[in-house]
Design a protein around this ligand. Structure first.
Ligand code: FES
Length: 157
């Protein structure tokens, strides 16, 4: 059964005090819990937050399922999100995403056997002038070519 660490619980409770309503702390709480749960939010995570925050699980699920920055299934240690929206698509973003999957020998939303990588296609990440781009965990990588993207990924520990 998932439980936040004591530090995680303290952070969530402090976020709840910061806002006018406790529901406003759902997004930061999901960020904290996702990080502690290896990069994704399971049903157990939602239940734990529901009990900790005294908010019905359905309310937490409404927020969690709306935002794509919260992962609904396990992801790799390095979660690669390739933007395939208009600017990136016009500059090869979709081909880039396909190339990365081919090199890593996985499909979209799959995890490599060694659990190091997962790849997903995402909508605009707000870096259109440096298309095509990808986000790996919290970091942006811009003006990519298939080669430069793979060099970045191969350089990750
Ligand atoms: S379209 Fe790719 S970052 Fe905006």
């Amino acid at each position: 059964m998932f439980q936040l660490s004591n530090e995680g619980k303290t952070k969530v409770l402090s976020k709840m005090k910061r806002y006018e309503t406790k529901e406003s702390a759902i997004i930061p709480a999901l960020y904290i819990a996702q990080k502690e749960n290896g990069g994704w939010v399971s049903d157990e995570v939602v239940l734990h937050l529901s009990q900790l925050m005294d908010i019905p699980a359905v309310r937490i699920n409404e927020v969690f399922k709306f935002y794509t920055m919260f992962n609904q299934a396990p992801v790799g240690k390095h979660h690669v999100q390739v933007c395939c929206n208009i600017s990136c698509a016009l500059n090869g973003g979709r081909e880039l995403a396909g190339h990365i999957c081919k090199e890593l020998k996985i499909g979209f939303n799959e995890v490599t056997d060694d659990e190091r990588f997962s790849v997903s296609k995402v909508e605009c990440l707000g870096s259109c002038s440096t298309a095509p781009m990808m986000q790996v965990n919290d970091k942006y990588h811009e003006n990519l070519t298939p080669e430069s993207a793979m060099n970045i990924l191969r350089g990750l520990k």
